[in-house]
Design a binder for this molecule. Structure first.
Ligand code: NI
Ligand code: MN
Length: 228
C-alpha cells in the first residue's frame, strides 16, 4: 500500500491511500492556481476545514457528481443538510474517527469559519490523519500559529502541510516556528501566491526550513505529488 500527497493549489490537497482518494478543501472554480477542474476531479471523500469560500469551494457539486462523502464539523454538517446534502459525516475538534481511508482527528485551528451565505460555520479545524499504512499527516489548513501544535507532533509526523501566505494565516516566520513545534519528516507550504496579498517566496522559506529544522521541505507546484 502506498500513500501519495498531491498539492492542487492554494489550500486544496489530495491524498491517495489504500485505494481511497481524499480531497481536501476543493476550491477549484475561481482558483487561479487549481491543478484540476471541479467537474473532473475524482474522489470518494471530501474534507472541509471551514466555511470560507476558498475552502468549502466546490464541495457540494463534487459530492453530488462523484457520490463522495463530505467530512466536516457539526455546524457545516447542519448547513449542508439544510441544502439536501445528506452523505456527510460530522466530527469536531479533538475527536477522531476510523474512516475507510484511515483514522482522522479534527484539530484546533485559529481562524474564522463563516459560510459563503453568511451562515455560522462553527469553529475552523485542521486534520491529523493516520493512514491505514501508518503514515501520519497533519494538514494545518487556515490557522495562525498556536503552541498546541507541539502535541500534534509528539507521536511523529511523516508530513505537515502548512500555510505560509501571511495576512489570513501564518506567514513564513510563524510557519517556520510551527515546523519546529511539529518536527515532521517532510513539510509542504500552501495558501500562498493565489492572491497578491498572500504572495510569498516559498523557496526562500524552504531554505530556512532546511537550515534550521530537521524537516525536509518540498515546494510543490499545483499538481505535483509527494509519495510517502
Ligand atoms: Ni479561511
Ligand atoms: Mn483560506
Amino acid at each position: 500500500m502506498t500513500t501519495t500527497y498531491t498539492f492542487l493549489g492554494h489550500g486544496v490537497h489530495l491524498i491517495q491511500t489504500g485505494g481511497h482518494t481524499v480531497l481536501v478543501d476543493p476550491f477549484l472554480e475561481g482558483n487561479p492556481h487549481a491543478a484540476v477542474k471541479a467537474g473532473e476531479v475524482a474522489c470518494d471523500f471530501i474534507l472541509v476545514s471551514h466555511g470560507h469560500a476558498d475552502h468549502i469551494g466546490d464541495s457540494i457539486a463534487i459530492a453530488q457528481r462523484t457520490g463522495a462523502q463530505i467530512i466536516c464539523n457539526a455546524e457545516i454538517f447542519e448547513w449542508l443538510y439544510r441544502q439536501g446534502v445528506e452523505h456527510v459525516h460530522e466530527q469536531h475538534i479533538g475527536g477522531a474517527h476510523q474512516h475507510a481511508f484511515g483514522n482522522l482527528k479534527f484539530t484546533n485551528a485559529q481562524h474564522g469559519s463563516s459560510l459563503p451565505d453568511g451562515s455560522y460555520g462553527g469553529n475552523p479545524v485542521g486534520f491529523l490523519l493516520t493512514t491505514n499504512d501508518g503514515k501520519r499527516i497533519y494538514l494545518a489548513c487556515d490557522t495562525g500559529l498556536f503552541s498546541d501544535m507541539a502535541f500534534y507532533g509528539e507521536d511523529g509526523l511523516d508530513l505537515a502541510v502548512l500555510p505560509i501566505g501571511d495576512n489570513y494565516t501564518m506567514g513564513p516566520a510563524d510557519a517556520l516556528r510551527a515546523v519546529k513545534l511539529l518536527n515532521p519528516k517532510h513539510v509542504v507550504p500552501c495558501h500562498y501566491n493565489t492572491f497578491p496579498v498572500i504572495k510569498q517566496d516559498a523557496e526562500a522559506w524552504a531554505k530556512r526550513v532546511a537550515a534550521e529544522t530537521m524537516a525536509a521541505p518540498h515546494v510543490l507546484k499545483p499538481g505535483e505529488s509527494l509519495e510517502m
